[in-house]
Design a protein around this ligand. Structure first.
Ligand code: GAP
Length: 463
């Protein structure tokens, strides 16, 4: 079986409903909610954490453990890294973040709201009757001012300029700082990649759209080091790879597209950049950024070589050539990817008690299967318990003995659990269970001793 992509128009999905389901089912909670929350910060609940981990693991498998094949059919060389969140502050001078990682912001003296000057058309003025930012009679916007997005902190006991440090605004720089260590220790040869997943922090002027733009988030970035002459070829290669990966997660082709950056929107380090965009419910019928694939040239290694006074050239033994590699960087947001999975999976369906189900790809679903005794007596709980104990080492499964079976199915539908196995009277006599398929609600009987094999096949192949 293959995953059917949704044909539901994202414009018909309500973000309020998606956010409410995320809260109700333990995917995402507002951070520090009991104190009134904190704008731009979110907690991932039990199901959200599992979904995020599954997405992260799939990316890691696809990048590091089982990387794509090159055009000649050979596996690429990509190694993993987990660098520190706080690095020597000189890092951010060299990378250009201290000087240039700014967003222009404007304040309104009338309504006291703050807007990103480059996105002003997208905001509404909080004054009623509500109009576009700047359009209300009482609006009085300041001139745009540059606002640096890096969070500052201090190292040690004395809080002065010398002790100032920054929470990383991207995971990429840690990779450049360890480039030499990896070349020296890992027997890698250009072209090769270094991949990293981890937290990044940006003091966004206007965090919004749920977890789309937050102040603390996670990235999945891979820096691909290659010969400058080969950079255009690898740029095209990674573009196709990345789009293919998002599609492999069950995201409908019509909800994904590429968008090339215009010359004037390129980041300071970037020679070329293309975004993989997704049609979010709040951008539909338009699209918004999910991942960027950038040609960073030799900008970062050259900058770090100059600022650190350490040689970061690569010596090509075969070609007897010394050069600073170029970098192609597929950079995606892990937490933004979770938002895409949540929006894509959200499927209203009036025919079922829950009125909605989450159509996650079985590989990514936080819970792979629910295990239910039909009734909590007649030996059924014992058989269900044994099945649960057999499966739980291989799969994330849940046993649920409470409430009627319809309510248990409804809860699993909202959690996006692709299969439910029910132990009933026939299980005891015939050694079979029913399996209910989330997407069709159809049921079939399979042998009790074939459940693990069935689940393994379904998760590998997708439904
Ligand atoms: N190293 C390059 C880099 O960081 P970016 O386009 O600024 O590039 C990469 O970020 C990805 O990180 C974005 O495509 C997006 O998915 C995610 N991202 C960036 N800022 C974010 C934010 N404030 N909240 C959530 N995700 C964010």
């Amino acid at each position: 079986m293959t995953t059917k992509t949704t044909a539901i128009d994202p414009a018909t999905k309500s973000m309020d409903d998606i956010v409410a389901l995320c809260k109700r089912r333990g995917f995402v909670f507002p951070a520090s909610e009991i104190y009134g929350g904190l704008n731009g910060f979110w907690d991932y609940g039990p199901l959200g954490t599992q979904l995020k981990n599954n997405l992260r693991d799939d990316w890691w498998k696809n990048m590091v453990e089982c990387p794509p094949l090159d055009p000649d059919g050979h596996p690429l060389q990509i190694v993993g890294l987990d660098s520190a969140i706080i690095q020597n502050p000189k890092t951010w001078e060299a990378s250009g973040h201290i000087a240039g990682f700014n967003d222009p912001m404007v304040d309104c003296r009338g309504c006291k709201a703050r807007f990103r000057a480059d996105h002003i058309d997208e905001y509404e003025c909080p004054l009623k009757p509500s109009k576009k930012a700047g359009d209300h009679d009482k609006c009085d916007l300041t001139e745009p001012r540059q606002f640096n997005l890096m969070f500052e902190t201090f190292i040690g006991a004395i809080k002065d300029e010398d002790a100032k440090a920054y929470l990383r605004p991207e995971t990429a720089q840690g990779i450049f700082l360890d480039y030499k260590n990896i070349v020296d220790t890992m027997r890698v040869k250009v072209p090769f990649g270094i991949a990293q997943v981890g937290k990044a922090f940006r003091n966004e002027v206007t965090p919004r759209n749920f977890i789309f733009r937050s102040r603390e988030f996670e990235q999945m970035e891979m820096e691909w080091f290659c010969h400058p002459d080969e950079a255009p070829k690898w740029y095209e290669f990674w573009k196709e790879q990345r789009m293919g990966w998002w599609a492999s997660l069950g995201v409908a082709a019509e909800n994904l597209r590429f968008r090339d950056h215009e010359e004037d929107e390129l980041a300071h380090y970037s020679k070329m950049c293309v975004d993989v965009e997704y049609r979010y419910p709040f951008t539909a019928p338009g699209f918004g950024e999910l991942e960027g694939i950038a040609h960073r040239g030799c900008f970062d290694l050259t900058q770090h070589q100059e600022h650190s006074k350490q040689k970061l050239e690569y010596f090509d033994q075969e070609g007897k050539q010394r050069y600073i590699p170029n970098v192609i960087e597929p950079a995606s947001g892990l937490t933004r990817g979770v938002l895409v999975l949540l929006c894509e999976a959200y499927t209203p369906d009036d025919s079922r008690p829950s009125k909605v189900f989450m159509k996650f790809h079985p590989r990514l679903a936080p819970i792979k299967a629910g295990i239910f005794p039909l009734v909590n007596k007649d030996g059924m709980p014992q058989v269900a318990e044994k099945l649960y104990m057999d499966l739980r080492r291989r799969f994330t499964v849940q046993i649920d003995v409470k409430q009627n079976i319809g309510k248990r199915y409804a809860r699993m539908d909202e959690a996006g659990t692709p299969f439910c196995f029910t132990v009933d009277g026939d299980t005891l006599s015939g050694q079979t269970v029913t399996v209910r398929h989330r997407d069709t609600q159809q049921q079939e009987r399979i042998a009790l001793d074939k459940v693990a094999e069935f689940l393994g096949e379904q998760i590998e192949d997708g439904e």
